[in-house]
Design a protein. Sequence first.
Length: 317
Amino acid sequence: MNPHEQYDGLIYIDTIEKKFFNTMWGIKMKFLEEYPIEVVAEFIENLNGKYETRIEFLDDNRESIQNDIKNILSDSKKHAKIFVAEDKGLLKGIFIFDTDIEDNSADVWGPFIFESNTELALDLWMYALNHLSSDVKSFEFAINHKNNFALDFVRQLEAEFYDDNAVFIHKREDYVYQNTYKVTENNPKSYEDVKILHKKVFPNYFLNFESKNDSTEKHKIYIVEDEYSSVCGYVHIIYNPIVNDALINYLAVNQQHRRKGYAKELIQAALNEFYKYEGISECYLRIDLDNLSAEKLYKNIGFNKTFETKIYKYELR
């Protein structure tokens, strides 16, 4: 029997043990690991359109959501999984795990739960944990600060609060082209310098240099070099004009080279690249909530703070 074949209105989860899952409050619920991506994207779009139900790893645009899901599912270095709960043909809940198999961790895109049903969220979470690779031990959640349901959920898991950050958005109508004479695009000779600087400034975060050949998503790095051709600052951007998605992912300048205008030029180079494409109407970035100097810099360039995100980490014991 196919592992997702229906039987008597239920679904077989394991083809050998043939276990069925019911919710703890008595409603028979199908828990599936596969589902049409367009249906998943529509469900998430409806929830992410409101801060009170928004999860911050995904946008509130259906095409962008579909694109992000397809990207992680097609990445051979990840074992991404989608888990959904369905009742009487209607989608009721979703968890997506963007898994990094190299460090046994996963970004959790969720909980996306219809009508903020806590029992369903816990059931689906437990089902997902039982069907993920046992090697995955660490999970990270990024939740809008107004999404009290999701915040209560991670607290019930006894997840640890990790960080607060703010999301800033820049719109095309606020853009003015400026030359960036000091900035060049990254080249193979400067890769190592960029990696060293990144590790110094962002020791807990991996920097992905590459765009995938089969994806419309692009990755670029712009750099500033000193008189000795050593990298003293860089900006890493990710963008997709097809789905109006543009992110300034990382920006770093060496301590001894700060207050020289390098950060402003790197940001301007990113904006120049984004707005070459008619399909991009805005871009965004995230900073730590208490980084007042960065907030001042971005506001001076035309970015506006839109909302805050709370980061939680959960470790399997």
